[in-house]
Write a protein that binds this ligand. Structure first.
Ligand code: GZL
Length: 317
């Protein structure tokens, strides 16, 4: 299980035993299954582990940080070779990350970051979350072209790095455009059901026809909001423009049907770059950069969204 450092006779150099991936056991603390994107990340991570012949111990935290901390302690006690962690929120990790460090077990963050000293994790594989918010904001700036637009915002999980950073990026992008105003902003916790409920409350609270656009921190909340907009007798994508993030199949389907306007794609394959970095580190101590950035790409009605939908729906979302 845990690689034992071996003193090479005569070399007097402490080196990790050069193990093949097949010998490795990796613990993966996953947040849960709150969104289609999260489900795809889990599918891809299990595929990546299988392809590399490593043993993946999977723990679903059902959105609770205490369950993630418990899982990490379990992995440490079992002496796994490494830990993958998708941290549900950004704070409260220092203690358990110090325990992993003291046990000489490298931790790699997936798709979200933590407010902890960088030496407590090997690397973080994430998109540029601020940039994603800025791309969404810039899309709306261009779409509105100076017209007044009252925006409602569905935030991700409170205290999570994507919720904090996607909000920051969007606000930066619209800061110099006083015609664009966020009039209501509330968490929908990255889920379809909460996205629908919160959008219903926005529609009830605002004067009829006064909401011009929705910015959702992920597609699942946007898809839930589309249902609420339709039930209010309005046309999503026309009466209320919708821009979101993830690029899940149903977002491409909604854009193809004119019910959504834009999404910024987030790859569900964070595990590939993470396991590449881990194998290089365990092989010869190669230290990866503290941030491995994944690409973000804007999709709009100009793209062949039906073809993309057909292709993506086979990928485990
Ligand atoms: C972002 C990731 C977010 C996705 C959501 O990197 O953490 O979590 O955008 C998911 O779909 O819930």
């Amino acid at each position: 299980m845990k690689l034992k450092a071996t003193l090479l006779a005569g070399a007097a150099v402490l080196l990790p035993v050069l193990a093949q991936a097949g010998d490795l056991t990796v613990g993966f603390s996953q947040i849960g299954s709150e969104s289609g994107w999260r489900a795809a990340e889990t599918t891809v991570t299990k595929q990546q582990a299988k392809e590399r012949g490593l043993t993946l111990k999977f723990a679903d935290a059902q959105q609770k940080q205490e369950n993630q901390i418990k899982a990490l302690r379990g992995f440490i006690a079992q002496g796994v070779d490494a830990i993958l962690l998708a941290p549900v929120v950004a704070t409260g990790w220092d203690q358990v990350l110090e325990e992993a460090r003291d046990a000489e077990i490298p931790v790699i963050l997936l798709d979200r970051t933590v407010d902890a000293p960088q030496e407590l994790y090997l690397t973080a594989v994430t998109s540029d979350l601020v940039h994603e918010g800025a791309v969404a904001g810039q899309w709306l700036v261009d779409a509105e072209a100076g017209e007044d637009c009252r925006i409602v915002e569905l935030q991700g999980t409170t205290g999570s790095s994507p919720a904090l950073d996607r909000k920051k990026g969007f606000e930066q992008a619209i800061a110099d455009h006083p015609n664009l105003k966020i009039v209501r902003s509330q968490t929908g916790d990255f889920t379809r059901s909460q996205g629908k409920v919160v959008m219903e409350s926005f529609l009830k609270a605002e004067a009829p026809g006064s909401i011009c656009a929705l910015y959702a921190h992920n597609d699942d909340m946007a898809v839930g909001a589309i249902q609420a907009i339709k039930e209010a007798g309005l046309q999503p994508g026309k009466d209320i423009k919708i821009v979101s993030i993830d690029g899940v199949p149903d977002a491409h389907l909604a854009i193809a049907h004119g019910e959504m306007n834009a999404t910024i794609e987030l790859t569900p394959n964070m595990a590939g770059p993470a396991l590449d970095a881990l194998e290089a580190y365990l092989k010869d101590g190669t230290a990866p950069p503290k941030w491995i950035q994944t690409e973000s790409r804007l999709f709009t009605a100009k793209d062949d969204n039906m073809a993309i939908y057909e292709e993506k729906k086979t990928l485990g979302y």
